[in-house]
Write a protein that binds this ligand. Sequence first.
Ligand code: SF4
Ligand code: SF4
Ligand code: SF4
Length: 531
Amino acid sequence: LPVDGTYPSGTAAYEKRNISELVAEWDPDLCIQCGNCSFVCPHSVIRSTYYEESLLAGAPPEFRSAPLDARGLPDTRFTLQVYVEDCTGCELCVQACPVSAPADPARKAINLAAREPLVAAERDNVAFFETLPVADRSRVDFGTVRGTQFLQPLFEFSGACAGCGETPYIKLLSQLFGDRLMVANATGCSSIYGGNLPTTPWTANADGRGPAWSNSLFEDNAEFGLGFRLAADRHADLARSRLIQLRDVIGAELADDILAAPQLRESELRAQHDRISELKRRLHDLGQADRLAIDLRSVVDHLLRRSVWIVGGDGWAYDIGSGGLDHVLASGRDVNVLVLDTEVYSNTGGQSSKSTPLGAVAKFASAGKTMPKKDLALQAIAYGYVYVARVAMGADPQQTLRAFREAEAYDGPSLVIAYSHCIAHGIEMRDGLSQQYRAVASGYWPLVRYDPMLRTAGRNPFMLDSPRPRIGLTDYTQRELRYRSLSNTDPAEAERLGGLAQEAVNQRWDTYEEMATRGAHQFPADARRES
Ligand code: SF4
Ligand code: SF4
Ligand code: SF4
């Protein structure tokens, strides 16, 4: 590490903490190549790739692969590589795997096994795996969980708790938006495992480019992220104006193509990236004398659309930073907000927030919280022009993926509220995904999306993505110590608060169901888009 206080990115990859005696082991014969395990892995330990069979010629003897399950690609192999020295043994991958061995239902296509007998061979396997080609982003299917797991994560091996419910969402951001991603990170767990200096899990791709990341305070992170947006827009404006001024010198066709380029699909972004590379070559040939060229060179990368994300936990979004968050959503600017909702101040020490649910025990609510959780989604929906989603990757990973992509594509403010299981819930972390499932199945955490573009197109913008509740609230809550502990200390109060919480779930479900059946005109219009 340099002695001047700077530090390189991607350094968490060197830690190789070997903290778990049990690690994930892949069974290529059972695997259906769905990608679920790597989607949920909180530590980016599972990677998948496909490649020409001939490349296996130099593989170590214990390197595992299977024929790629895809039409039109014969002689192509698939490998799911586990970085066993970074595996925390959290078991979420095993829980997410949908395949069981016919003769032994307890055995999945990925299982926990003792690390020691595996580690030497897996070191060689990882080294070989890293020589295989990385999937071309413009050819990956961004619309499926499976497809996205061929995308390189640029957030890896973080030191978050084993099985953390927050980090899979951050990893997904880094996969989907790659080196265009700019993250303003509020103080909290995500700022600690995101910048646990001198190591950091934020890393770069093979071109040496990665997301831009910085941390700000609880009280101003939304404004900090809005600053990212304003700066990126200002730089893009400057680049475009200089490009217009230099049009004839640079070449009119290239300049016009850059200025008119659509930049939504990955193939369009790839094409723009290539045009900018060509522009850089031509600018280099102009030399250092031209003032306009110097200006353009300094901001040229902003001609590629930036993806600005404001990230933080509920302590930030619901409490300390809520005024700023509201202000930024109301600005109408193209920012995306990801709330990693653990329903409690996690890293700060387990204090209750306005996201903590009715009846749960936390610091400052040791006798059970007597106020309900704030409905942040409904608050944002009230604006009419904010894209809003509530997701839980353990209940519906495809809905999570869809919401992330829609939020990013929407040209305006977006808010994604993500259920994040946490050690503060008092659960076995391997049950994190099934608890997410129960939160949704009980109606406690309805999956929703609100897309203002549908309102503009004359359709109902509110979509209720989860089915009607099919289990009682206590089937979900009583598996978590944060609720159960009140039953132990004050059973009568637990009963009272539990009954009121069930009522609140029923009432909210009725509200959502009614909203899902409204006509477009019953939601506010976006005056910027409609006459
Ligand atoms: S056990 Fe946990 S850390 Fe290890 S590969 Fe599975 S999900 Fe990832
Ligand atoms: S979840 Fe199971 S079946 Fe799916 S890719 Fe992983 S190991 Fe294979
Ligand atoms: S305290 Fe909770 S949110 Fe924070 S790293 Fe641990 S599991 Fe993740």
